[in-house]
Design a protein around this ligand. Structure first.
Ligand code: PLP
Length: 443
């Protein structure tokens, strides 16, 4: 049996060049990275290149990648169709500051797939939720928004509330206390963000009742994917739709992770519920920084009438909208979701079988191509249950995977694996063989 300390020694000895990169990076980049989510102990591996389902680091080690950049790369790495299209597009100029054909086509494709009459482009998921929430406020004339405890919707003040609040401070189950993430978020901003309990419709009802005519929107990830993979209980999304209509509150699906990933048409297709607004990023960009938000023409008219602000130098960048067009038109087609779902189910079933075989008290959950292991006996149904896990076990699993050439999911226990269109049964077998070895070691 190898202990976690021994695995960390192995990690250090296998990743000496990454250590050199880290020492250099850490002098100029806080934590040696450009996004806090990329850091982990003792230091991250630094990547040299990627292709298909694989990545190679600066030490020359190969990894089967199931992070796929936090789920953004549903098209997989360096898809040949994408590489060719981007090469050609780059030669035609990378930024115009003027409208162009590719943004029109990309918007049409998004509109058709996500049932949106009108769309505007952004450069990231954070920008999409920020603009969508402002637009919802402008349209309804209300200031407050409601989110769920444990939900992540990007890096702006309105939604940096109760993302991973400490257990001791969360307040009551039905009326969670809104808590800012870190310092620098004004109290005035937090006051306008209400927090409800996931999967508890009475929690939502009570908050909407108490703040009648004040809540512009309910924003949610239809499957919460910043606490592993936490689907709604049966009927929850449908009940939210009814409540929002009752209170004149807009229902916003943050489909940054679920859009063009959970299903061809994202969560609206999966749950058969129509949202008032949809926020997109990750998969629609085909690997380039692109976000979008959309709604009915009536709602988007707030932008057309210059009542709600939306603009951006890089919005609808020709390269990113080319990538979007190629991804949606040629790669993330309906059949792709049949294949990735099948592999996603095989991964989760395989994990569950292996856990059972070794008598380990953990469980595996997936929704389509997204899945994870929870380090507790049963799948959690809200953030508070999710907190009740053996997170140390996750880090042991994480380092053991990396030492054996697998990136099992995005870094950290709150993430999940992604099966892209370029993953194969062989990749699934590889991950399961490594998981079997890991479980044998920890059992
Ligand atoms: C559900 C959700 N919304 C918004 C965001 C923010 O997206 P970005 O990192 O592109 O700003 C993320 C990022 O992971 C996300 O998972």
């Amino acid at each position: 049996m190898t202990t976690h300390a021994q695995e960390l020694d192995r990690y250090r000895s296998q990743n000496k060049k990454s250590r050199e990169y880290y020492d250099r990076a850490e002098k100029i980049l806080p934590l040696g990275v450009s996004s806090n989510f990329r850091t982990y102990e003792p230091y991250p591996i630094y990547i040299e290149r990627a292709q298909g389902s694989k990545m190679w680091d600066v030490d020359g080690r190969e990894y089967t990648d199931f992070s796929m950049t936090f789920g953004a790369l549903m098209v997989g790495h360096a898809h040949p169709v994408m590489v060719k299209a981007l090469g050609e597009a780059a030669g035609q100029g990378t930024l115009y500051g003027m409208p162009h054909d590719r943004e029109i086509r990309a918007a049409e494709l998004i509109g058709e797939r996500f049932l949106l009459e009108q769309v505007r482009f952004t450069n990231s998921g954070s920008e999409s939720t920020m603009h969508a929430l402002r637009l919802a406020r402008a349209f309804t004339g209300r200031d407050k928004v409601l989110k769920f405890e444990g939900g992540y919707h990007g890096g702006h003040d309105t939604v940096l509330v109760s993302v991973k609040p400490p257990k001791a401070k969360v307040g009551s189950q039905r009326h969670p206390k809104p808590l800012p993430v870190g310092h620098g978020i004004p109290d005035g901003s937090v006051e306008n963000t209400l927090v409800a309990q996931w999967n508890d419709i009475e929690s939502v009802r009570a908050i909407l009742q108490r703040n009648e005519n004040e809540v512009a929107a309910v924003i949610l990830e239809p499957v919460m994917m910043n606490v592993g993979v936490m689907p709604p209980r049966d009927g929850f999304i449908q009940e939210l739709r009814v409540l929002c209509d009752e209170y004149g509150t807009l229902l916003i699906f943050d489909e940054v992770k679920t859009g063009a990933k959970l299903a061809w048409g994202g969560a609206q297709e999966w749950f058969k519920v129509k949202a008032d607004m949809v926020c997109l990023a990750k998969a629609i960009g085909g690997g380039l920084p692109l976000g979008a938000f959309g709604a009915s023409r009536e709602i988007m008219n707030e932008i057309a009438q210059h009542r709600s602000f939306h603009a951006g130098t890089y919005a609808s960048n020709p390269l990113a909208t080319t990538a979007c067009k190629v991804a949606l038109e040629s790669i993330l087609v309906k059949d792709a979701f049949v294949k990735t779902r099948k592999l996603g189910d095989a991964l989760a079933e395989g994990h569950a079988k292996i856990l059972k075989k070794h008598g380990l008290p953990y469980c595996a959950v997936n929704v389509g191509s997204n899945g994870t292991v929870f380090w507790r006996k049963t799948p959690p149904t809200n953030y508070r249950e999710w907190l009740d896990q053996d997170f140390d076990m996750f880090w042991r699993y994480w380092h053991m995977n990396l030492n054996r050439g697998v990136i099992p999911q995005a870094q950290c226990y709150d993430e999940q694996w992604t099966v892209s269109v370029q993953h194969t049964e062989k990749d699934v077998d590889h991950m399961l063989a490594v998981f079997d070895e890991i479980c044998r070691e920890i059992a």
